[in-house]
Design a binder for this molecule. Sequence first.
Ligand SMILES: C[S@@+](CC[C@H](N)C(=O)[O-])C[C@H]1O[C@@H](n2cnc3c(N)ncnc32)[C@H](O)[C@@H]1O
Length: 431
Amino acid sequence: MPPDADDAASDPAASPSAAAEHRVTVHGITHGMEGVARLPDGRACFVPFALPGETIDLVVTETRARWARGRLVDVVEASPDRVAPPCPYAGPWPAAPPACGGCALQHVRTEAQPHLKRRVLVEQLERIGRQPDPPVTEPVPTGPWHYRSRARFAVDEQGRLGFREPRSHDVRPIDRCPLLTPDAQALRDAAGDAWPGVESVEVHAGSAGGSGLLVRPGADALPPLPEAPSAIAVVDAGPPVALRGDPTAHETVAGLPLQVSAGVFFQAGQEAAEALVATVRRAAGDVAGRHVLDLYAGVGLFAAALADDGAHVTAVEHHRGAVSDARASLAGSSATVVSADVGAWLAEHADEEEADVVVLDPPRRGAGPAVCEALPRLRAGRVVYVSCDPAALARDARTLVEGGATLTEVVPVDCFPHTAAVEAVATFTLP
Ligand SMILES: C[S@@+](CC[C@H](N)C(=O)[O-])C[C@H]1O[C@@H](n2cnc3c(N)ncnc32)[C@H](O)[C@@H]1O
């Protein structure tokens, strides 16, 4: 047994209940928000719904040479942050089969959740990013309930909408979700449960009006459409096609209007978008009269705010629908929207295009080494990196720091309370 094996695992008096295999103490948390304990044989064991500091009983459900995954059977000594999940579909489910895979943290006090996410950010930046004692601030909370203005429902064999079970492709039919805004829930209600053969149905109810369903068909013909939702689009291989009405959602963030067409990325909801914009604005500093590059710009969320602050913004985005939404929303502002792949655009323009500040908000996999290595060529004094994956942020932070940047601040923003998603705004300065 390794020296750091926990006491409970090595203490024969601390035997697990009859239904369990091991009694262990949880010492850590993964970036998927699973508790980490050590089995008596020394392997790390990941346990969904277990919290650091708790003593738990578990059964091993998945086993590998160096690690295992366990199911929480009983909480012997609970964390003071443990609460009963309010949603009937949320875990843990010691005696029942798993239900909704959407929420990983409903069993944690709402105020404590952002601190768990902060802890994950610190650990990833230290371990993967090689940043000792990273400058991670206190987290910014949002929500915590009824914050999601959009959600994509999977469809079960009978055509009912639901979410996938944890670590599974099976769909659990779900009629109510406490994370949805009332308008998004009303849209889900109107969508009904008669979508046989369809792959998914996405609802989006804009905070400033406009709403609709986006249907991704399966191999079969679409079933008859429900009567209630006034706007429905379908998306297959190409761009979405409206079947009925106009499913464009409208959002207002920091008082600025944005349009979001069906199938185009937008943040979880209005409050998360407000929190991210406020954090990015603060991180970017005084941008009046300065050139700001907004990479991975989407519909122009950050470009709109920074242009409103007086910056000359160049926004780069490759998704056709997002580019056209950004152009519509930013018309009349000082922002220019470029339709291009960020990597290809930087390869061509990084040496000639000087920027004072670069904002980048890449997809979950991160920006990657080619983009991070190109950023210093823009001669910007500051890079503001909006991240939705701490491991990707840590990898990119390492590349940026190796390229001469200094990581000066990381602000965790809890855009998705109760889920495992960890978002952050990291600021780097460059000489
Ligand atoms: C996380 S979203 C951020 C969007 C926007 N900043 C916002 O907050 O609404 C990432 C965006 O990057 C775009 N994107 C992904 N890969 C890209 C690439 N290689 N080049 C340009 N845009 C890309 C996606 O289409 C998406 O709009």
